[in-house]
Design a protein around this ligand. Structure first.
Ligand SMILES: [Zn+2]
Ligand SMILES: [Zn+2]
Length: 138
């Protein structure tokens, strides 16, 4: 768990994150695929402070969650369950990400057959994911 900085593609939105988990997961749910053009790689962040907040657009993607992105360049920045303080921040948005390690996949049975992520880690199906997160994943 370390603090680190990040930004969108154009730099209009920047952030400082604290309590950053160095292990992250890939989500293959239908919403994440549509949003990310593939798996959504995100790591859990306990605290995050944004600058350029006026360029940060929050999209309410479901009754219980929102997704944040830069309204200038369109870079996706985070997913967040509304009732939690934690943000699931996009791995690619961090300035330093070489030490972040993927340790799991969720909704793996929703993944298209044409690609697969390497590595020996847990791969939860949609049913297993929903059971684990009590319906809050997605
Ligand atoms: Zn931007
Ligand atoms: Zn997802």
């Amino acid at each position: 768990m370390t603090a680190r900085t990040g930004k969108c593609l154009c730099g209009a939105v920047r952030f400082e994150a604290e309590e950053v988990a160095t292990e992250f997961s890939a989500c293959h749910c239908d919403m994440c695929q549509r949003w990310s053009s593939g798996p959504f790689f995100s790591t859990t962040v306990g605290k995050v402070r944004f600058t350029g907040e006026k360029n940060l657009k929050r999209f309410r993607s479901s009754e219980w969650a929102e997704r944040g992105f830069c309204s200038v360049c369109g870079s996706n920045l985070f997913f967040r369950v509304l009732e939690f303080a934690d943000h699931e921040v996009c791995v690619g948005a961090f300035d330093e990400r070489n030490d972040l390690v993927m340790t799991g996949e969720i909704f793996v049975d929703r993944k298209p057959d044409g690609y697969a992520l390497a590595g020996d880690h847990p791969r939860l199906t949609e049913k297993e994911t929903l059971e684990k997160y009590r319906g809050l994943a997605g």
